[in-house]
Design a protein around this ligand. Structure first.
Ligand code: HDE
Length: 754
């Protein structure tokens, strides 16, 4: 009966039954068919890539083998083993001298298990630490083929991709809905090697030269003494820097707008920011800016909503992306390019294309669609994929080249360099998520975490011992050949061009392009952020910067801060607004929008059932909210309750439908609830949690529909039944059809401009 003996017997039996041993297909395992090492020869044509050097296809959503091969390395067989493959009979007790005796140092399983655990964490990214990602596919329309030879932009070419969205300032465990720039980084596994488009959701940057990056990030990160505040710019060091360093004005204005608090990653634009150079097969070049345009439109949270979300659901954006993909509501973006002639000046309509604080208005250079990105698969392991993915602005493919934007130049160094610390050495391209889907034969050898078992003896060129392999290709065989751009004859200087000195005309254009309600939100954001600064000098300097953008903006923020509005220090630029910069004025599909259907225990159950169906049929997500969990009704017709009055909060929903009066009846608001959520005075007709939900939804400009006596809940929440965007209907489905129309423009904007 000795358990040890039992275990030993079991293991012996298993072994007799034969074990598969380490899986076939593990990189480096010699296969019986591998040919013996070739004798030196005079090669007539390049040898095929060696088996261990061809790019393993591990992450393709288009039908190639997935990461299964990789998983087998650590997860084959049914028995728990040590890292050395030795089977274990117990992993819950340390080896002790008797059940109450000391733990023995000879317990190699304990030591291995704890040693590995002790090293599970790697350094988080120095910026963009918090992210969420998804696999997908990019289908090219072929419209860019006239300006680039890049294979992934040829007609109908399908390329697997991995996209990681991120915030910039916060740590890996920080909240999603903070006011910040968002990263939008795309890895294209093209047939010609990996191309990374490492962009943001804001088309300009805080600085014009990479040498300032440590400064802007030190200013934006938490104060070094107390390490607060986390993941936000509303503090003295950030505003100290951006008000002294006025080239940051344009980017700061964008983050103070709705762009700084996106509703969803699925509803963000993406931008390559820098000007890139596309090259066609004849060597002709075109300057371009890359844009990602979301099919669902560009939409934002409102500030109070964002603040509540960060407490109620810090994973709001991450959850939204994963849920949408899991539900089959695949997010989509069109990739577009603005094209400019590649002239020696590298300007367009007077705008310096090398200055990354500039945009080119779409009215002057329309964004031409070149392909469609669809995200259709969630990662299966956050660490292996989302955390270990390594983007690099210098991962380019033939047909895509860089310009002399000094910000881009620094990035070309930084992204490789940072991976050495973060991913522990130079072999991070071998991590499954980073492997190209094109053959790799690189002559890079050894180093920390080397997992390839390279063959041959001559990782150098020229060689004769490995048959001269690998060979260099010409441009006709797909080699990456740098465009022979002429470098101006000049003296070495630490200077910026004169054109980089205009810091205010582009921000002024952005401000003048905003609608009334967008301007109010910008004023609110500056008033909040500068109001959070302790230093009077910083607030006053903030106002002086605003005075150089617009007098009304400056006066409104000054009023909120209780300070006098200064006069501009330079004449305000004459600029033409760019309506394309506004997020309002069009309508978009409401796919994937979340609709709460709130009911009391005795609400209109048939109506709830019908409206739930209708929400689903419209491609949206219905969530039934009832006093307590479980089901409403009984039998096959029963409706599952997805949120209770205790777990629901308005910020989770894009619109609210009220079926009947979710009142304070005994079923809803019990004496126990009252202890945790005391009833505010004066709203006796409605459960206070429903009252809060309705009044918040109203304040945040969300559509509200009621039927079957739901008006009482409106009254209880202090919401007038005739207010804009409040629909009182005869049935749930009628209420929904009006609410769906309101959702297509995102919010009931009239509520913000009384
Ligand atoms: Fe980055 N940036 N960056 N950045 N960046 C990083 O690379 C850097 C800049 C962007 O999801 C780091 O792997 C410098 C502009 C994204 O993994 C680091 C400069 C734009 C991501 C780095 C910039 C970006 C990063 C940190 C100034 C938009 C997240 C970890 C010259 C066009 C990628 C890492 C992901 C990440 C350096 C400016 C976008 C340190 C030096 C401009 C989306 O290498």
């Amino acid at each position: 009966d000795n358990p040890l003996k039992r275990a030993a017997r079991r293991v012996a039996e298993e072994l007799r039954g034969g074990d598969t041993g380490p899986a076939d297909g593990i990189p480096g395992k010699p296969s019986p068919e591998s040919p013996p090492l070739a004798e030196p020869t005079d090669p007539r044509e390049p040898l095929p890539p060696k088996p261990d050097q061809s790019g393993p296809a591990t992450v393709s959503p288009t039908g190639q083998p997935t990461g299964a091969e990789q998983a087998r390395v650590a997860q084959s067989g049914n028995y728990l083993t040590t890292a050395q493959g030795v089977r274990l009979y117990d992993t819950d007790h340390s080896l002790k001298a008797g059940p109450r005796g000391p733990v023995l140092l000879q317990d190699h399983h304990l030591r291995e298990k704890v040693m590995h655990f002790d090293h599970e964490r790697i350094p988080e990214r120095v910026v963009h630490a918090r992210g969420a990602a998804a696999h997908g596919v990019f289908r090219s329309y072929g419209t860019a083929a006239s300006v680039t030879k890049a294979a992934f932009l040829a007609e109908d070419e399908e390329t697997p991709v991995f996209v990681r969205f991120s915030t910039v300032l916060g740590s890996r465990g920080s909240a999603d809905a903070v006011r910040d720039t968002r990263g939008f980084a795309t890895k294209f596994y093209t047939s010609e090697g990996v191309f990374d488009l490492v962009g943001n959701n804001i088309p300009v940057f805080f600085i014009q030269d990479a040498i300032k990056f440590p400064d802007v990030i030190h200013a934006g990160k938490p104060h070094p003494d107390r390490e607060i505040p986390q993941a936000q710019s509303a503090h003295d060091t950030f505003w100290d820097f951006v008000t002294l360093h006025t080239e940051a004005t344009h980017h700061t204005l964008w983050t103070m707008s709705g762009r700084g608090i996106p509703r969803s990653y699925r509803m963000m634009e993406g931008f390559g920011v820098h000007t890139f150079r596309l090259v066609d097969a004849e060597g002709a070049t075109t300057l371009v800016k890359f844009h990602w345009k979301p099919r669902l439109g560009v939409h934002s949270l409102v500030w109070e909503e964002a603040q509540i979300i960060n407490g109620v659901d810090p994973d709001f954006h991450r959850r939204d992306l994963a849920d949408a993909i899991e539900a089959g509501a695949y997010p989509q973006w069109e990739l577009g390019i603005q094209t400019f002639p590649d002239t020696p000046e590298q300007t367009f309509e007077g705008i310096d294309l090398l200055d990354p604080t500039n945009i080119v208005p779409e009215e002057l250079a329309p964004v031409q669609p070149v392909g469609l990105l669809t995200l259709n698969r969630n990662p299966s392991n956050y660490f292996a994929e989302t955390e270990q993915v390594a983007f690099h602005a210098g991962h380019l493919v033939p047909g895509v080249d860089i310009t002399d934007d000094p910000l881009l130049a620094g990035r070309l160094f930084s992204y490789l360099d940072t991976q050495i610390t973060r991913l522990g050495g130079p072999n991070f391209p071998q991590l499954p998520i980073n492997r190209p889907h094109a053959p790799v034969n690189d002559m890079l050898r050894d180093g920390m975490h080397q997992t390839a078992v390279h063959r041959g003896v001559a990782p150098y060129r020229p060689n004769s011992l490995d048959g001269g392999c690998p060979f260099v290709a010409g441009a006709d065989a797909g080699a990456y050949v740098e465009t022979p751009v002429r470098v101006p004859e000049a003296a070495k200087v630490r200077e910026a061009p004169e054109s980089f000195a205009d810091h205010f005309s582009q921000p002024r254009r952005f401000w003048l392009s905003m609608t009334r309600v967008e301007r109010e939100h910008i004023i609110g954001a500056y008033t909040f952020e500068l109001g959070k600064c302790y230093e009077q000098a910083v607030r006053e300097r903030g106002l002086r910067v605003l005075a150089n953008i617009d007098a009304e903006l400056c006066a409104a923020v000054a009023e909120g801060l209780g300070l006098p509005a200064p006069r501009p220090t330079e004449p305000l630029a004459e600029v033409t607004p760019s309506p394309a910069l506004s997020q309002l004025g069009r309508s978009w599909p409401a796919d994937g929008r979340v609709v709460a259907i709130v009911t009391g225990a005795d609400g209109d159950l048939d109506g709830v059932r019908a409206v739930r169906e209708a929400v689903l049929n419209a491609g949206m997500v219905p969530l039934v909210v009832a006093p307590v969990g479980g089901a409403l009704g009984s039998g096959p017709e029963a409706l599952t309750v997805q949120r209770t009055y205790a777990t629901a909060r308005s910020v989770e929903f894009d619109a609210v439908l009220l079926a009947g009066t979710p009142g304070p009846g005994a079923d809803a608001y019990t004496a126990r609830d009252a202890k945790s959520t005391p009833r505010p005075t004066g709203s006796a007709a409605v459960d206070p949690r429903v009252g809060l939900l309705v009044s918040e939804a109203f304040r945040h400009g969300k559509a509200i529909g009621v039927w079957a006596g739901g008006e009482a809940a409106l009254a209880g929440a202090g919401v007038p039944a005739d207010a804009p965007g409040v629909v009182v209907a005869g049935s749930g489905t009628d209420a929904l059809s009006r609410v769906a129309e309101l959702l297509s423009v995102h919010r009931v904007w009239e509520r913000f401009t009384p």
